[in-house]
Structures are given as C-alpha cells and as structure tokens.
Design a protein around this ligand. Structure first.
Ligand SMILES: [Zn+2]
Length: 86
C-alpha cells in the first residue's frame, strides 16, 4: 500500500504531465484533440522485463504503442524513480 506522502508525490508527477492517476498502475491521458481521455493500464511484463501497457484508443486496440502509452510509461518511470515502485 502507498503511504499518503507517496500518493501526494504520484498526484504531483501526474499533474505535471497532464495525466490523471486511475488506481494502481493505470492512468487517464488526455486525447491530443481535447476530446476526452484514454485509459492506459499496466497489463504485465514482457520477456525482457519490459512493462506492457494497453490503451483503449484506436491505435492501442490494434496493439500499437500509442502516444498515450508512451506518456504513461514516462510518468510511471518518473514515479518509480521517485517513490521506488517495482
Ligand atoms: Zn492510446
């Protein structure tokens, strides 16, 4: 479980990137057109230990790594470095 300090740090990092935390290892990312937002979710790890994510945008549904996923990975890495997530 996170402590309140971690939760505050996570919120702050997300806000800097314009992303909303959505539970454990999931993020809501604004669409670039400004029409709503997409949900990017951590789904596991690949063979090389890389994190795998899924996004509910059109590209994501076709298995492509979209910019929402890249944004979530960047935020997640920053959070990981800051609060020591796995
Ligand atoms: Zn996407």
């Amino acid at each position: 479980m996170r402590n309140p300090e971690q939760t505050a740090t996570i919120s702050e990092i997300c806000r800097e990137h314009g992303i909303t935390p959505d539970g454990e290892h999931a993020y809501r990312v604004q669409s670039s057109s400004g029409n709503g937002e997409y949900v990017v979710r951590f789904v596991g790890r690949g063979d090389c230990g890389e994190t795998l994510w899924e996004c509910n945008c059109l590209a994501g549904q076709h298995g492509r790594e979209c910019k929402h996923v890249r944004a979530a990975i960047a935020v997640n890495n920053e959070i990981k470095d800051t609060v020591g997530w796995e």
